[in-house]
Design a binder for this molecule. Structure first.
Ligand SMILES: O[C@H]1[C@H](O)[C@@H](O)[C@H](O)[C@@H](O)[C@H]1O
Length: 529
């Protein structure tokens, strides 16, 4: 059965005819895969997914919630901690307390990548929850800056590990036609966690020990996860990897309650073949898998580049320091203004979720990144007189204009760039996907650290105009990079995706292939072929 159609002779056609039969596509159950057309789904996935499966995904998304809460909460802590730690915090200490979590996350995400196939996905999430609770208690009761910094480092390990392992777990238990949507749920949980952190900060800011309460509240979600963890199945894929076919079958039975024994058997067989293929691939060294082929290096450059751009555009400077900025501007309730930013980020993440498969990643990126750039230059211009530590000298109308720019910036960021890079590992070939996803997550935390460790110092040294202009210029470069090198792969099966990068970045080729696939899909559904 060929995937090509006779009427067209295009660049994409040789690749399409070279593809294996459609029946083989269920083998592609991997991290970062997004919704392929329904004609490629295995039969178990055509049965009804139980409510249980959604509960499992929701519980796993607690990891995303914590990632969001623990990165968002620091903004409230910085403006309420006062002299509780024995001294008034300097900008450098603020940067250290903020950025140390990103450094911990960098280590945690690499560690999770290493342990995932050894101890299992569920166990890593459970360990993260224990670490979240322990670190929250340590931070909540800390008496010195050093103790708080240590607690933030430890919580960073869990944040990084969760940011790496939760998408892997969700991708492995979700039916493929819902995988894209369920993966973006993790982004919703992250931005939701950040919004909750701000809400808690606004609610308790005037209480005694407010900053300690903000931190201690974060023990609730992991405690809930630990209560339900016994009922959540391990990823069937991991269980098959460990030759525990019985438990894997029972996990599939819970996730697909109306599936027959034959369908479960078929699904296990598919996973087994896939795991076997992967074992062969694992014989190669990491360096060969990642850098052995030019096409993989190109795909990897695109994934890592987009993730670094997500951070270097400066969004987290706002997420972490916007109340500090608003306090400097003399705004009475800086946390409320910060909450507005966090809520905008959360609300517009739903726009990304809605548009990512309907409009496509490339289009939403290209249509929003230029707005980010303009609004950053705008915010920098209106905030040009702001100096940390100095008396507020920015007029009200300038503050309002700056706020409008920042909200528009956040809305544009959340509608595309905040979410798309987390799905970019779909661009990587099978042998590089798991390792590549780890590398991409590390790039996230590395560049996150650069922004969080430098923002306040930059504003002090070169002013707001200089600092925001740097982020604005990064957006201009990012837009150009996306235009030149980011192909749209929405709707293409993963095996085809890896071919796109063989002769370059394949932006035009990808579009041509998508047109052909749509055509073939329509003919098949209409009974032709
Ligand atoms: O995708 C997430 C999201 O956009 C968060 O709001 C941001 O703080 C993270 O750095 C990013 O990775």
């Amino acid at each position: 059965m060929s995937l090509s159609h006779p009427e067209t002779h295009s660049l994409a056609q040789p690749l399409l005819t070279a593809l294996p039969p459609l029946e083989l596509y269920p083998l592609l159950s991997h991290i970062g895969e997004t919704s392929p057309p329904s004609i490629y789904t295995p039969t178990i996935e055509n049965t009804i997914t139980g409510t249980f499966a959604y509960l499992v995904v929701l519980s796993a998304a607690i990891g995303g919630l914590l990632f969001g809460y623990d990165t968002g909460v620091i903004s409230g802590v910085l403006v309420t901690v006062g002299t509780d730690l024995g001294e008034t915090l300097t900008p450098h200490q603020m940067e250290l307390i903020t950025a140390i979590t990103s450094i911990g996350a960098l280590v945690g995400s690499c560690g999770a990548g290493f342990w995932a196939d050894r101890v299992g996905r569920k166990r890593i999430i459970a360990v993260c929850c224990v670490v979240f609770i322990a670190a929250a208690c340590g931070m909540g009761f800390s008496q010195t800056v050093t103790q708080l910094v240590c607690g933030r480092l430890v919580v960073g390990f869990a944040v990084g590990a969760a940011s790496m392992i939760v998408p892997v777990y969700i991708a492995e238990i979700a039916p493929s036609h819902q995988r894209g949507m369920l993966l973006t749920l993790n982004s919703v949980a992250t931005t939701g966690g950040q919004a909750v952190a701000y809400i808690v900060a606004v609610l308790v800011k005037d209480w005694k020990y407010s900053w300690r309460i903000m931190i201690l509240v974060s023990v609730v979600p992991p405690a809930i996860f630990l209560l339900v963890v016994g009922f959540i199945p391990e990823s069937p894929r991991f269980l098959v990897l460990k030759n525990d076919v019985r438990t894997a079958s029972s996990a599939l039975g819970k996730l697909y309650p109306s599936a027959t024994a034959e369908q479960i058997g078929e699904a296990i067989e598919i996973i087994q073949k896939d795991v076997l293929a992967n074992k062969a691939i694992l014989q190669e060294t990491a360096a060969v898998r990642l850098f052995g082929k030019t096409s993989t290096v190109r795909a990897l450059a695109v994934c890592c580049g987009l993730m670094m751009f997500q951070q270097l555009c400066g969004f987290n400077a706002l997420m972490y320091y916007s109340p500090t900025i608003f306090q400097t501007l003399g705004i009475k309730n800086p946390l409320l203004t910060g909450l507005f930013i966090a809520l905008t980020n959360f609300a517009f993440t739903f726009v990304a979720v809605y548009l990512i498969d309907r409009v496509g990643r490339r289009k939403i990126l290209l249509n929003t990144v230029w707005i980010m750039s303009l609004t950053l230059f705008g915010a920098g211009y209106f905030l040009r007189n702001m100096k940390p530590g100095a008396e507020p000298s920015t007029g009200n109308s300038q503050i309002i204009m700056a706020l409008c720019c920042l909200c528009l910036y956040v809305a544009s960021y959340a509608s595309a760039l905040g979410t798309v890079p987390w799905t970019a590992s779909e661009l990587l070939p099978m042998e590089a996907r798991a390792l590549g996803a780890t590398l991409v997550t590390c790039c996230n935390w590395l560049t996150n650290t650069i922004v969080s460790v430098s923002f306040l110092s930059l504003v002090t040294r070169i002013g707001s105009w200089g600092t925001f202009s740097i982020y604005g210029a990064v957006c201009v470069l990012g837009w150009l990079g996306i235009y030149v090198a980011y192909p749209e792969v929405n709707g293409l099966p993963l095996e085809v995706v890896s071919k796109i990068f063989e002769d370059g970045f394949g932006v035009g080729l990808a579009n041509e292939m998508r047109r052909e696939f749509k055509y073939v899909g329509e003919r098949r559904e209409g009974g032709v072929d």
